[in-house]
Design a protein around this ligand. Structure first.
Ligand SMILES: NC(=O)c1ccc[n+]([C@@H]2O[C@H](COP(=O)([O-])OP(=O)(O)OC[C@H]3O[C@@H](n4cnc5c(N)ncnc54)[C@H](OP(=O)(O)O)[C@@H]3O)[C@@H](O)[C@H]2O)c1
Length: 250
């Protein structure tokens, strides 16, 4: 995608990866609107980046998405890019009684998967009417090779990848490009408060943002960053998948 003069809505744009991407696009001369549930966080991010705007949205709630979409599109009619970034991650152990947090499991699926799908449904009609538009869905390297202690999270990210492939096919005759950004383990609040494995360290957020922005400026549909490249490559993506997909989806 071109890296300037876009109008971009980023969910979860007040913190972590979403804020990093929002600020990077803002600095390049894009109109950036950030969304999330915590108004104080969104407002502080906008105060630190004059010209940036925010809209409250809870992507786990369909009505909230539809209200936010209406607000974003009426305030920013040239919107031509949506970054579906909002996400949460929980640990579950299906081998132990009480190891599964039912509420957390539903929240993960509603936020990471259903939320992303509802966001696509809410914005695609508008994006399809733009001369050029980009839908950036954030999955994870863990969607390609799971980390078993966060099994529901990994399943939502594998499903996000599958959904991106189908969406790209359905939208191929429209101006909407579907890009899947595939982060590695990045130092954010996603796993806050959890013990981190000894000898392993997440990618620093600024380094991730720099590499992600470089990847997004190219024409790849799937953009794995850092160590996510190894997970992505281990999962049998590539020519054989593309041939079989094309045979099934002429
Ligand atoms: N960090 C990693 O290692 C890593 C690796 C691979 C992929 N990812 C993906 O990258 C994305 C961003 O994660 P992060 O690492 O930046 O996590 P983070 O620092 O915890 O930020 C998550 C963001 O999502 C927003 N959010 C969460 N639930 C929401 C909801 N229901 N409605 C609207 N916004 C919501 C949060 O804002 P509010 O709380 O204000 O709503 C926050 O801004 C996620 O999709 C995550 O799965 C992260």
């Amino acid at each position: 995608m071109r890296n300037h003069s876009n109008s971009i809505f980023v969910t979860g744009g007040g913190a972590g990866i979403g804020r990093g991407l929002a600020e990077a696009f803002h600095k390049l001369g894009n109109q950036v609107i950030i969304g999330g549930r915590r108004e104080a966080v969104l407002s502080a991010t906008c105060a630190a980046n004059p010209g940036m705007s925010y809209v409250l949205v809870d992507v786990a709630n369909g009505d909230s998405i539809r209200t936010a979409a209406h607000s974003v599109l009426s305030r920013f009619p040239p919107l031509n890019c949506v970054i579906n970034n909002a996400g949460i991650q929980r640990m579950h152990d299906f081998s132990t009684a009480g190891g599964v947090d039912e509420t957390g499991m539903v929240a993960e699926i509603e936020t990471n998967l259903l939320g992303l799908m509802r966001m696509c449904a809410a914005f695609i009609p508008h994006l399809s009417r733009q001369p050029e538009a980009t839908l950036i869905n954030i999955s994870s390297g863990l969607g390609f090779v799971p980390l078993a202690r966060v099994p529901v999270y990994c399943a939502t990210k594998a499903a996000t990848h599958s959904f991106c492939v189908s969406l790209r096919h359905q939208l191929k005759h429209t101006p909407v490009r579907v890009v899947e950004l595939i982060p590695p383990w990045v130092d954010t609040n996603l796993d806050k408060g959890r013990p981190r494995p000894a000898g392993r360290a997440p990618m620093a957020l600024p380094q991730f943002i720099a590499e992600a922005m470089e990847g997004l400026s190219g024409d790849a549909d799937e953009v794995p960053v850092g160590d996510a490249k190894f997970l992505y490559a281990s999962a049998g993506t590539g020519d054989s998948f593309a041939k079989t997909f094309t045979r099934m989806n002429p």
